[in-house]
Write a protein of this length. Structure first.
Ligand SMILES: [Zn+2]
Length: 396
């Protein structure tokens, strides 16, 4: 009996000792990291609602959004609210403008066609839209009222500085978490990469190459900050993918030479350009974003700013978007960081119109929209998988 008790005690002792040895090892190792292929992608939220705009409508007039809003009850109410809220319009102008848009909605019919989880907004007739000059003047007033509304609501008390994209904190947070996950030396240098990650937003802005129209110039310089922080997979515009590769390759080279401070600094830079295109508004809806900012009240980008502030405000609290990155243990193996960044942009791009349209038609309540939350989480999860892959690419 004594012997048995003695054995049990020594077994317990062994277990306790093992425990104390094993747990710190678990804490720094990476037992959970799992490589997957993009074709095996599992989305957090399947069948999120997607809004698509028919190019026929979009190409008809820059004012198409105000006409399209008339296709839904919510959209019409919102446009009337923009007009009613304007302090720059006289009472008489407001009355006239509301009468005008109601007539416009009767004249140019727009319809929504729902197919599964995709809603297409398109023209109801083949006649197209041929606005008179008088209509254009009136629509410009509606655009100003809308911009006024967004400026009052989203920018007045916020720091409206351009170019802090996903805001700096998210850039820093995503790469830090990713480095720590891989453990080993990247855990020690996670703060170095984190400190470097927001920096590219402070670098000299790169305009679009010659040959693009003014609105593209405005989009790049005023909305997404720089040609290097953007990529539209449909058009192949923007150089975020090649920037990612440029800095990732420097990082990889420095890492193999044991220059870890430089390696993780450059990894931080590379991750910036990759995480930028994890934001759908850095991958498309260019004209809409410019048009809705109009720049007439200064260099503030209303919808873009509103969305990025929403992600920032819900990063550590509220929806705690950070946890999406923290809870992910999958990574995409990367052999070419440029292609990987293009792939990420292709994924998030599908949501660009939906975000813009939802904010435009629900300026007061879109932050509570479950669909916007789901889209954001899907994009963050995808970004997390690519950034983990990027860290592994650099470490070899
Ligand atoms: Zn950026």
């Amino acid at each position: 009996m004594k012997l048995v008790i003695g054995s049990v005690v020594s077994l317990l002792l062994v277990l306790v000792m093992l425990g104390s040895v094993v747990s710190p090892v678990f804490a720094v190792s990476t037992p959970k990291m799992k490589p997957i292929m993009t074709i095996q992608r599992t989305e957090l939220h399947k069948n999120v609602n997607i809004v698509k705009i028919d190019p026929i409508l979009e190409n008809a007039t820059p004012y198409w959004m105000f006409i399209a809003a008339g296709s839904t009850e919510k959209g019409s109410v919102t446009i009337l609210k923009y007009i009613d809220s304007s302090k720059n319009l006289t009472k008489r102008e407001r009355v006239e403008l509301k009468k005008f848009v109601r007539e416009l909605w009767r004249k140019y019919r727009v319809k929504t066609i729902r197919n599964g989880n995709v809603t297409l907004i398109t023209l109801n007739s083949k006649a197209g839209i041929n606005l008179t000059n008088e209509e254009k003047v009136m629509l410009e007033k509606v655009a100003q009222a809308m911009n006024e509304y967004f400026r009052e609501k989203y920018v007045k008390n916020k720091n409206g500085n351009v170019g802090i994209l996903w805001n700096g904190n998210e850039h820093k947070s995503i790469i830090r978490i990713s480095c720590i996950k891989w453990g080993g030396i990247s855990k020690d240098y996670a703060s170095v990469a984190g400190a470097a990650a927001p920096k590219p937003d402070t670098w000299t802005q790169v305009p679009p190459p010659h040959g693009y129209p003014d609105w593209m110039w405005n989009f790049i310089m005023q909305v997404v900050h720089s040609w290097t922080h953007y990529y539209n997979p449909d058009w192949g515009t923007g150089s975020a993918p090649s920037e990612t590769k440029y800095y990732a390759d420097i990082a990889k080279d420095k890492h193999s030479n044991g220059d870890y401070t430089s390696a993780y600094t450059n990894l931080g830079y590379a991750s910036h350009f990759m995480t930028d295109v994890g934001n759908p508004l850095h991958t498309g809806a260019e004209f809409r974003q410019v048009f809705l900012s109009k720049l007439r009240f200064g260099d503030i980008k209303y919808i873009h700013t509103a969305y990025e502030n929403y992600v920032t405000d819900n990063w550590n609290s509220g929806y705690v978007f950070k946890s999406i990155v923290e809870n992910n243990w999958y990574y995409y193996p990367i052999s070419n960081p440029e292609q990987a960044t293009k792939n990420l942009a292709s994924y998030t791009h599908q949501y660009a119109d939906t975000i813009v349209w939802t904010i435009f038609t629900n300026p007061d309540t879109w932050q509570n929209d479950q669909n916007i939350k789901n889209i954001t989480e899907n994009c963050l999860l995808e970004t997390a998988k690519y950034v983990l892959g990027l860290v592994k690419y650099v470490r070899g």
